[in-house]
Structure formats: structure tokens, C-alpha cells
Design a protein around this ligand. Sequence first.
Ligand code: HEM
Length: 131
Amino acid sequence: MTTIDTTRRWPVISFRIVATGVATLVLLQAALAGSFLSGNFESLAAHARNGGMTTAALLLQTAVAALAWRMGSGAVQLMVASLAQTLVAAVLIPLGHHRILTVHVPLAVLLAIGVLIVAARSWRSESSEIR
Ligand code: HEM
């Protein structure tokens, strides 16, 4: 592998790792909500904590996607999608605290779908590029 190959590959590999981590956090978030609704009340605090971690991880994913794009090995759409998902996650936090669940739950489901699509896409590309 040449130096150029290595330089182009590491943002792609970093993006895959971060996107997979975000997907795991979002699925955990849904599981914690289910646990809370089953009567485990301490899961609500864990859901709130994990919500903050998910939002921070999405911000990191946006930064890595921007880096991959600027270095020519990532698609701009993945950066735009990551930024949009960061904003949605940030909006979900006050919606959760104010118990506006009619908006919170469907928006969270849409976020989970989007996050899983981005994570799957990051692994699907045949070349080293995330297009
Ligand atoms: C993935 C599916 C999700 C479901 C089904 C879900 C569902 C819920 C439910 C049922 C509550 C409890 C409201 C109550 O106290 O009665 C809640 C609260 C909350 N959710 Fe979610 N949520 C999801 C994802 C998220 C995400 C992605 C975030 C943030 C990025 C988030 C942040 C919060 C916060 C901050 C609260 C308030 C917790 C508190 O008051 O201590 N949720 N959610």
C-alpha cells in the first residue's frame, strides 16, 4: 500500500468506526426507552445520558465525514446527512425533557432509520471510498 492509499483510507475507516458506534448508541437508546416503559425507571436517566452521548457522537461523525470529504475519499452527502442527524438529535433532547412524545418518538424512529442507513452505506462501498 502506498502512502497516498493510507492517507486516503484512514478517514474512511474512521468514519466506519464512528458511524457503527453511533448506530449502536441509537439502538441502545431505543432499548433504554423500552426498558423505561416496562417500569425500570432508572432507565430514563440512562436514556437522557445516552441521548447526550449520541448527539456528541453524531457531531464527531460530522467532523470525520467533513475530513473524509475534504481529503477526497468521502461523499459530501454523508457529511450533510451526519450534520442533519446531529441537529435532529439535539432537538430530541428538549422534546424528551418536556415529554413532547408525540413528536419525540416518531422523530427518534426516523433518526434511527437514517443513522442505520448511513452506517450501512459506510461499509457497503467496494473501493476504499465512501461514495
Ligand atoms: C430511538 C427511539 C427513542 C424512543 C422510543 C424514545 C422514547 C422516549 C420516552 C418514552 C421518553 C420518556 C418520557 C417520559 O418521561 O415520560 C423519552 C425521554 C427522553 N428522550 Fe427519548 N426516545 C428515543 C430516542 C431518543 C434520542 C435519539 C434522544 C437524544 C438524542 C433522546 C433523548 C431523550 C431525553 C433527553 C429524554 C428526557 C429524559 C428525562 O426526562 O430524564 N431520545 N424518550
